[in-house]
Design a protein around this ligand. Structure first.
Ligand code: GLY
Length: 388
């Protein structure tokens, strides 16, 4: 016989996006359940945690930039609140970022990024190679120039995930630790899910926040299934022995032969090197080629990296969407909302996603800043009106 459990809000997925949604929903007085076999897992276990609204700006993504900046502005208060509620240190570090160029092509690319940043009203300063090395003496002598962005910071996503689990627990969120096996629709509205352990979880509002898995939950009607796909990222973790500290004092990144590489130094001594970007479906194998390319590119930037112990290699799946922006808020199916498709910016977008989802769960409307990210932009009607 199946068991049924009911709450006001059911969040499918206990990654950082599902957790922040649940925490904020509970804060608005909703009884809230999260269904996930391993709350606090997901892409945050692999992510480097760059809060890089400015250095991750790309052409055609100015609308997303607005949301990224809104979330970056909230980070100090968000981190302080989460630490106050849970006592957890989140590894939030206001260290800034240096994006550097290794050859003439990289330099031209970075100059264009700088122009785009300035057109968008963002703070970033062009530095010569010598000025870059003065800031970060471990950089290779061949560095040809760079952009200093003092507003792009970092947080430790694993700590963030642990803190969000603790905050949810304190707020009375119920965790149902099982796979959501099937999404259930009853009388043409979202009813909840049936889990692998046979429990029927029911709720008035159901939020699908399952990262890259959001696009393949059985039972979600085709016309509201989010167009989200997995984009693999391989990431390395190294350790900086105390005698080498400070190895780097801020995040250092570059585009080497067309691939992004970044080095994120934590106060704990961990140095995160990421990331590949691979369209390989659900594959999460760490490959010799992936590790080789990351180390090769990181070594070109910071030759001393080969002295450091390599402590972890891991691959995760970014939830990619067709326009690289998240899908937030109500769908055409009554009772079903989305909080997914955050792609490269899930950690950065966590505070604003929590606020937007709490707002829409309470009022039925997305707040102004989140309206461009309605899932309805991908509905058949919207795509016929504005074909790509
Ligand atoms: N935001 C960094 C990445 O997705 O690799």
């Amino acid at each position: 016989m199946s068991r049924t459990r009911t709450s006001d809000v059911l969040v499918i997925g206990g990654g950082i996006i599902g957790l922040v949604t649940a925490w904020r929903a509970a804060g608005r007085g909703f009884t809230t359940t999260v269904v996930d076999p391993e709350p606090g897992g997901g892409a945050a276990q692999v992510a480097a945690g760059m809060l890089a609204a400015v250095t991750e700006l790309h052409y055609g993504e100015q609308t997303l930039l607005g949301l990224n900046l809104a979330s970056a502005r909230r980070y100090p208060d968000f981190a302080a609140e989460l630490t106050e509620v849970t006592g957890h240190d989140l590894g939030y570090r206001r260290c800034g970022t240096l994006a550097v160029a290794l050859d003439a092509d990289d330099r031209a690319h970075l100059r264009e990024l700088h122009a785009l940043q300035r057109q968008s009203g963002l703070d970033s300063e062009w530095l010569s190679g010598r000025e870059c090395r003065r800031l970060e003496p471990m950089l290779a002598p061949g560095v040809r120039g760079g952009l200093r962005v003092d507003g792009d910071h970092q947080i430790d996503p694993r700590r963030l995930a642990r803190a969000l689990v603790a905050a949810c627990e304190r707020a009375g969120v119920v965790f149902h630790q099982a796979w959501a096996e099937r999404f259930d629709v009853v009388r043409e509205r979202a009813a909840g899910v049936t889990t692998a352990d046979g429990t029927e979880l029911r709720a008035g509002q159901v939020v699908l926040a399952a990262g890259s898995l959001s696009g393949r939950l059985a039972g979600v009607p085709d016309d509201v299934l989010p167009p989200v796909r997995p984009v693999k990222g391989q990431v390395l973790r190294l350790t900086v022995p105390k005698r080498y500290a400070p190895f780097l004092s801020r995040t250092v990144r570059a585009v080497v032969r067309g691939s992004q590489v970044y080095l994120v130094p934590r106060e704990s001594g961990e140095l995160v090197v990421g990331a590949t970007s691979e369209e390989l479906g659900w594959d999460t194998t760490v490959t010799a080629g992936g590790v080789y390319e990351l180390l090769r590119d990181a070594h070109e930037l910071v030759p001393g990296i080969t002295e450091l112990p390599l402590t972890e290699t891991r691959a995760g799946l970014r939830p990619g969407s067709p326009d690289n922006a998240p899908l937030l808020g109500p769908t055409e199916l009554e009772g079903l909302l989305l909080a997914t498709g955050h792609y490269r910016n899930g950690v950065l977008l966590t505070p604003v996603t929590g606020d937007a989802m709490a707002h829409v769960l309470t009022t039925g409307e997305l707040p102004e800043e989140a309206r461009p990210f309605t899932p309805r932009r991908f509905s058949a009607a919207a795509l016929t009106e504005h074909p790509a």
